[in-house]
Write a protein that binds this ligand. Structure first.
Ligand code: FUC
Length: 352
């Protein structure tokens, strides 16, 4: 196993480095110190062809100008916060309304748009990186200085783990995720409509027309949101279920795991034979099928179009203080926010 680095660009006079982690089993992961962005994940298909299974740009300036959160860490709070405000202990906190009138994915200067300190990690069983960022009290409107450490580790079992840790000096809210768009066909040969997703979740959150959870948990049984026995993503893209239509003909929803603790999500592309087995300690995953990706730009030579990738954003339930039955993602000064999601790649289909 080894790690290499190259200069990828500059932002605000700071160098942007691209690190590549390589294991002994034919897998590599490349990432930046800018927003901890995962730029490439190269894994073999069933015939041994090693290809990229995430969406990313070849040039750094495209990340600055065009990126719909490709591969980055999202924080301080993933998702949308209505009217860009919430109340903590009776005090109202006004956040940046970067998707008027709401707050999206941590705001304008969210975790996706800053340089993180980085340090290589080498152990007997893994190679990786440790990223660190201090978000100052009041940044994008959030209270408290928040120190966040994110660790990426790649091992010889073709497993990438992401561990998030955060500490604050004032009561605040935190909900972190990674926003990689997966496409297991390899080098964007096909879109994700033929990918099969499997997970154990009985309920999902209803969205309103701003794509913000209303607070209602809907039953997944007998709807395109039931993934228990594996389901082609295209069934939601083509469905007339009002929630699929509202999301832009697809999914952009919090799928809530049925059981507490560790849960797995399996994503398979039968044609290439590739499978992603994702394991997480978070209570839900936002499934986003890139329903609004279409644009006048290209992604590694492929024109941006809807359904070209699928995001599996593991996270806490949404921060919506108007819905008291949702446990808020609160962090107190004497606590540590800690969460891990692992992504293991197979070159054969499993479990579905
Ligand atoms: C996902 C979605 C959003 C948004 C963004 C780019 O997390 O929930 O709707 O379009 O990513």
């Amino acid at each position: 196993m080894k790690m290499t680095d190259t200069l990828f660009g500059h932002t605000n006079d700071e160098p942007v480095m691209e690190y590549t982690l390589v294991n002994d089993s034919g897998m590599s992961v490349s990432c930046l110190n800018y927003s901890c962005t995962i730029t490439k994940i190269l894994v073999p298909d069933r015939c041994g062809n090693i290809e990229n299974v995430v969406l990313g740009f070849d040039q750094f300036f495209d990340y600055l100008d065009l990126s719909p959160y490709f591969g980055c860490v999202v924080g301080r709070a993933a998702g949308r916060i209505r009217n860009a405000e919430f109340t903590l202990d009776g005090e109202s906190c006004q956040l940046t309304a970067n998707e008027e009138p709401n707050h999206l994915h941590g705001g304008k200067k969210g975790f996706h748009s800053v340089i993180w300190k980085s340090e290589p990690i080498e152990t007997e069983s893994a190679v990786g990186l440790k990223f660190f960022y201090r978000s100052k009290d009041g940044e994008e409107g959030y209270p408290g200085n928040l120190d966040t450490t994110i660790i990426y580790l790649l091992n010889n079992q073709n497993e990438l783990s992401i561990t998030y840790e955060a500490r604050t000096d004032q009561k605040t809210i935190v909900n972190l995720t990674n926003h990689s768009y997966f496409n297991l066909s390899g080098n964007l040969k096909r879109d994700c409509s033929e990918h099969v997703l499997q997970l154990d979740g009985d309920r999902f959150l209803e969205l309103d027309s701003d794509l913000i959870p209303t607070g209602r948990l809907l039953e997944a049984a007998n709807t395109p949101f039931d993934f228990k026995h594996g389901r082609l993503l295209k069934s939601g893209m083509k469905s007339s279920h009002p929630q699929n239509v509202l999301a832009g003909n697809g999914y952009d929803h919090h799928l809530v795991f049925s059981k507490k603790g560790e849960n797995t999500v399996v994503l398979t592309d039968k044609e290439s034979g590739r499978t992603l087995l994702m394991t997480t300690d978070q209570p839900c995953v936002v499934l986003y099928t890139a329903n609004h990706l279409e644009g006048l730009y290209s992604i590694s030579g492929v024109r941006a179009r809807n359904y070209l990738g699928v995001c599996l954003e593991t996270q806490g339930l949404p921060i919506d203080f108007n819905q008291p039955h949702f446990p808020a993602t609160l962090l107190n000064p004497d606590e540590v926010y800690r969460s891990t999601t692992t992504y293991r790649f197979f070159s054969k289909t499993i479990g579905v």
